[in-house]
Design a protein around this ligand. Structure first.
Ligand code: HGY
Ligand code: MN
Ligand code: MN
Length: 418
């Protein structure tokens, strides 16, 4: 019954462009850091669209937004979702595609007057990126009971504000208690954010799981001193320790090879002046691997480097875990379902793990979850040049619609005669 139903790719691309105007950067790209004024504006736009589509909208205590289309029966819903917060150098597609494609699924069903057996909930989770407040995937982690909501609300961000204060300020502390949901299945459409699909000329990524993530913040304390008068042997230079560790993180990833990746994305020196030896350095280390044992090995090697370099330079170190998630494998049957629908629709496919973290990895703790990838041009993301062409956006949404219709149980009686 759903074969004559098709999503409207132009409408979806139009919504992506409209949301991309919220937090638009001067030349191109988007900045909607979690719980900022720009995030509020994006949330307001999304809630308005949800209400226009007749969805009943609820917001929970960590600010997750849920818009539900009723089904013929009060069954656990199919949930389709992702996030609309971005990194500071974000693009139009990371996260937004998954939420807005969920709206497109709903609008396609509405236009056709089609009822579904079970409800469909479109979700936008708070602070998926984790750039401002760690850990990442915070809203979905709270939603599935993996993080205490008050603990999450008490989290202090990189700019010193708490999640609670920011949520209250933007008016998105909802009444709904954060409670483990009863969900039939979870689907997330997302851009690949890497080079695989484009390099191999494939349209649809069949995502088998998400690699493990390890985020650690290191604070090194040395001694501020004069850059000109202090003999080299007398220095306790926090900056040089951070620099040596940053190089070590790259070398560890290269030496381990395989799926191992390592990144130092944040590095701040104090007092950060040309003629003062830094007495403080704060930096983050992001390590990831599809294999948990290898990821743990990488963590151990980096810790050994930290001990050796701080000992050598005579500085102290404080380490703080910002995020630590083991690799996740998605529900094999649901993954196969996604693959079968993509093939039935005639798209080229390729199975792969996700290098990036996603809300789906949290929902996988409470229900069958799966993801659909579409190619990122140049493999770029977390970059203002992020781009996925309209044809691939439409293809991904078509696969999402086909799998959603099947999971939501399109009620044959519901198909309008028109
Ligand atoms: O860091 C990540 O993988 C995601 O963008 N939060
Ligand atoms: Mn994302
Ligand atoms: Mn991201």
């Amino acid at each position: 019954m759903t074969s004559n139903l098709r999503i409207d790719g132009r409408r979806l691309v139009g919504r992506l462009a409209r949301l991309g105007q919220v937090g638009a950067l001067p030349d191109r790209g988007v900045c909607r850091l979690a719980l900022t004024e720009e995030d509020r504006q994006g949330r307001d736009l999304l809630v308005g669209w949800m209400k226009d589509l007749g969805l009943s909208v609820v917001i929970d205590r960590i600010g997750n937004i849920f818009g539900t289309r009723a089904g013929a029966n009060a069954l656990p819903p199919l949930m389709i979702g992702s996030h609309i917060d971005t990194v500071r150098t974000g693009g139009l597609y990371d996260g937004a595609l998954g939420v807005l494609a969920g709206l497109e699924v709903v609008e396609t069903l509405n236009d056709a007057g089609v009822a579904t057996e079970r409800p469909i909930t479109v979700a936008a989770f708070t602070n998926e990126e984790g750039s401002r407040f760690q850990p990442d995937m915070m809203g979905s982690l709270v939603h599935v009971g993996g993080m205490d909501v008050e603990g999450a609300r008490a989290t202090v961000g990189i700019d010193g504000e708490t999640v609670a204060d920011c949520l209250d300020r933007i008016g998105y502390t909802g009444d709904l208690p954060a409670q483990p949901p009863e969900i039939h299945a979870f689907l997330e459409l997302h851009v690949e954010q890497g080079p695989v699909l484009e390099t191999e000329g494939r349209t649809i990524g069949i995502v088998e799981g998400v690699q493990g993530i390890s985020w650690t913040e290191y604070t090194f304390e040395g001694t501020a001193a004069h850059a000109g008068t202090t003999p080299m042997a007398m220095r306790r230079d926090a900056g040089v320790v951070a620099a040596r560790l940053a190089v070590a993180v790259r070398e560890v990833a290269n030496e381990m090879g395989g799926a191992q990746v390592g990144t130092v994305g944040l590095l701040a020196l104090e007092p950060n002046l040309v003629n003062v030896i830094p007495d403080r350095a704060v930096m983050t280390v992001d390590l990831r691997n599809t294999d948990e044992a290898e990821l743990s090995r990488a963590e151990r090697i980096v810790a050994e480097h930290v001990a050796a370099v701080t000992e050598d330079e005579g500085v102290t170190v404080a380490a703080r875990t910002l995020a630590r998630f083991e690799p996740v494998v998605f529900d094999a049957d649901l993954v196969a379902n996604v693959e079968a629908e993509a093939m039935r629709l005639g798209f080229t496919t390729r199975r792969l793990p996700s290098g990036a973290g996603h809300d789906a990895q949290m929902l996988a703790r409470v229900c069958p979850a799966a993801m659909i990838f579409v190619p990122s041009v140049g493999g770029l993301s977390h970059n203002v040049e992020e781009y996925t062409n309209d044809e691939d956006v439409t293809a991904g949404a078509a696969v999402l619609f086909a799998v959603s219709a099947r999971l939501a149980g399109v009620d044959p009686k519901g198909v309008s005669s028109a």
